[in-house]
Design a binder for this molecule. Structure first.
Ligand code: ADP
Length: 488
């Protein structure tokens, strides 16, 4: 297979893609669609928008679900910790409930098992323990699985597809759809890596930019792509015979249905499949809308759920600092940082303009600072987070953009330079918890400092105190002794 064709169809053994751990993902994208419009540089030196609030995503910076999902994938190195029990609802409650503790028990082809171990997986994750035997059982069973990002869903269905294909058959047997081009590529990389030792399994990417000749039939057993292109490949170009698909995987269902077009296209693809085709649906969240969609595309399912571990403020000491104005906030922050022994700190600002102002002022004070905000590409954000995780920068200044992407357990100080508020100006308790909360009772201790610069922000502190039923103590950052006493 020539190198140029890799974006179109990849031999999982030949694939020259870098390991999924690497972050030079944007280069690969260029191969297909040309250079992207990157603003700012990879070190986080971004150009703030001219308008005061930082443009359409300036205030509060709501992040696209698909982008968040991609960011999670790019920065995740290992499974997320989750001590909750997996809930399993079997379609036939009388059939025995299987779960596995080792990959050997799944009786995988040796070359696939080798690929799994080669990825550093020693044993199945919680969700995999239950999902894998169910997916691989005969006769095939449909499955709906929900668990937060990072719990091993992608690895589970990648393994399932690689195990499912019959390599003697030179046609597409497994079809997987993902909400975006980038997410499809990410999953494709997992399949490629896991299938390193499966020379006969071939993979094709049904993503924009892959122009295919009409009428030829694809020989790749696995196709991963976005709904629109997959639909075209099935109906318009007839590259795939949907009647020959025996495993259909719908990944990131919650993200998928947040785009109406994707939802409809997924249903149209689904309609062309046979009743015998095994349907698998994965989602990080499970609101009613996801559930309705899932029921529509996955008949008679087994259901597996793993609840997200609750975040708690139990191990966090919370403070507020009264400041008169922005400059004052900055001085307080410097006092605070200067007088405490802090491993790493994260500082949240409301707008990207404020974040870049703060970052540049901290840099002037000779702090090692990283800046993360919404106008950076996902790849740039991932690179900044990577550096912060590696300890290359001790302070991360950010808007809300990344608060869900970083494992805050390593961060000992979280500063709300601006308090989290909702659209109506009330306390955004969920965001507050997410910024400073830790999971589990044994989470590392940390402390949170809230900057209060007006009566309304003091009201917000009271709202937060009431909501969580936890006292937030006043801290005088001019009084080093008191700070040391309180924060020990
Ligand atoms: P999800 O799809 O739920 O977000 P992933 O399948 O992407 O989760 O897995 C999250 C991270 O954990 C990835 O870095 C992946 O390589 C790793 N991982 C997945 N399964 C295992 C396992 N059984 N053992 C160790 N690491 C795993």
């Amino acid at each position: 297979m020539s190198k140029d064709s890799w974006a179109v169809a990849v031999d999982v053994q030949e694939a020259t893609t870098p390991s999924i751990q690497k972050l030079d993902f944007s280069k690969k994208v260029e191969r297909v669609c040309g250079p992207r419009n990157i603003r700012g540089d990879i070190n986080g030196n971004v150009v703030p928008d001219k308008d005061k609030d930082g443009g359409p995503r300036g205030d509060g910076e709501s992040v696209d679900q698909a982008e968040q999902s991609l960011l999670n994938k790019l920065i995740r190195r290992s499974l997320v910790k989750n001590r909750n029990q997996v809930e399993v609802l079997q379609r036939d409650p009388t059939s025995p409930l299987f779960s596995v503790k080792t990959f050997e028990e799944l009786r995988l082809k040796p070359e696939l098992l080798k690929g799994v171990y080669n990825m550093g997986f020693n044993r199945p994750s919680k969700i995999q323990e239950h999902a894998l035997p169910m997916i691989l059982a005969q006769p095939p069973q449909n499955l709906i699985a929900q668990s937060q990002s990072g719990t091993g869903k992608t690895a589970a269905f990648s393994l399932a597809m690689l195990s499912h294909v019959n390599t003697d058959n030179k046609w597409t047997q497994c079809l997987c759809i993902a909400p975006t081009y980038e997410l499809a590529l990410q999953t494709g990389q997992v399949i490629e890596q896991m299938g390193t030792f499966c020379p006969d399994v071939k993979l094709a990417y049904a993503i924009r930019g892959n122009r295919m000749e009409r009428g030829i039939k694809l020989q790749q057993q696995i196709v991963i792509g976005t709904p629109g292109t997959v639909l075209d490949w099935c109906t318009k170009y007839k590259l795939i015979d949907p009647k020959k698909i025996t495993m259909f995987v719908l990944d990131e269902a919650d993200v998928m249905i947040s785009t109406q077009g994707h939802r409809d296209q997924s249903i149209r693809i689904h309609r062309q499949l046979t009743k015998e085709c095994q349907m698998l649906l994965f989602s990080a969240t499970f609101e009613d809308s996801v559930w309705k969609f899932a029921e529509q595309v996955v008949p008679d399912p087994n259901i597996i759920k793993l609840k997200r571990e609750e975040e708690t403020l139990d191990t966090i000491k919370q403070f507020y600092v009264v400041c008169k104005e922005e400059e004052d906030k900055f001085t307080s922050l410097c006092n605070l940082y200067g007088s405490l022994t802090i491993a790493q700190a994260m500082i949240f600002c409301r707008t990207r303009v404020m974040a870049s102002w703060l970052a540049s002022n901290l840099i002037k004070e000779r702090h090692q600072v990283a800046l993360l905000s919404g106008e950076m590409t996902v790849e740039q954000r991932a690179a900044v987070i990577e550096r912060f995780k590696n300890g290359q920068e001790k302070v991360l200044v950010t808007t809300n953009v990344c608060s869900r992407g970083i494992d805050v357990e390593q961060v000992s100080l979280v500063v709300n330079f601006d308090l989290p508020v909702d659209m109506d100006g009330n306390a955004d308790n969920e965001t507050y918890l997410h910024r400073i909360g830790r999971t589990g009772r044994f989470g590392k201790r940390g402390f949170a400092v809230n900057m209060v610069d007006s009566k309304s922000s003091m009201d917000i502190i009271h709202q937060i105190e009431m909501h969580f039923n936890r006292k937030i103590i006043e801290l005088d950052t001019n009084n080093v002794k008191e700070m040391e006493r309180l924060t020990i």
